[in-house]
Write a protein that binds this ligand. Structure first.
Ligand code: URA
Length: 206
């Protein structure tokens, strides 16, 4: 993918005020029939310089293989390209360490232009949203992904209007399918069946 230099510079500068580290670009074929949009990289991804190389990535690979796909079939990116962290002290630990956290709205905005460029260049037929951060960024700023998991939406997407510092609906409509974030099962193992049901629905559409 060929991200214009000024877009890269703005993305890196915009994220500077926040507690984030690293900068991980997306990976996969361009153009791509399918783009997957996650949340933000974690510690492993920043270290490896690639999306989804940690524990969530292993889960994502299982889901891809259930769908009969590999990483070469999809372009994978995320809403925020730097790792948002907070300092945390574990009960018996001597030192504080950095823990992953969800990106906040300002961080999402900081990298909004970059995601728009990536989607435009990937020119996907289908956008898969991995988790609520991606759903709120691209479809409904205040919406609940739990109400639409596994549905096939035909919808404009939200794109960032830099001049007015606002999100606006695209003219073009996309097929957008909201899915669970691959890490969701770690926090809530009971959803495994619903995850695979949503993947079955996805298979039935494509
Ligand atoms: N979670 C994401 O959303 N993206 C990654 O690259 C890793 C974990």
């Amino acid at each position: 993918m060929n991200i214009p230099e000024d877009v890269m510079k703005r993305a890196k500068k915009n994220i500077e005020p926040f507690d984030t580290e690293g900068f991980v670009l997306g990976k996969g074929p361009v153009p791509a029939d399918i783009i997957m949009v996650g949340e933000a990289p974690g510690e492993n991804e920043v270290y490896d310089g690639e999306p989804f190389t940690g524990r969530a990535g292993k889960e994502l690979d299982k889901q891809l293989s259930y769908l009969g796909w590999t990483r070469d079939d999809v372009y994978i990116t995320s809403v925020v390209r730097s790792r948002p962290y907070k300092w945390e002290k574990r009960p018996n630990a001597a030192e504080k360490r950095k823990a992953n956290r969800k990106p906040n709205k300002k961080e999402v905005r900081a990298h909004a232009e970059l995601l728009d460029v990536q989607i435009a260049q990937a020119d996907p037929k289908v956008i898969l949203l991995l988790g609520g951060v991606a759903y709120q960024r691209l479809v409904d700023e205040k919406g609940k992904i739990s109400e639409v998991i596994g549905e096939k939406l035909e919808t404009p997407i939200l794109t960032y209007d830099r001049e007015n510092d606002a999100f606006v609906s695209s003219e073009k409509e996309y097929i957008v399918i909201p899915l669970y974030h691959p890490a969701a099962v770690f926090y809530n193992p009971g959803i495994r069946d619903s995850i695979y049901e949503s993947l079955d629905r996805l298979k039935s559409y494509l």
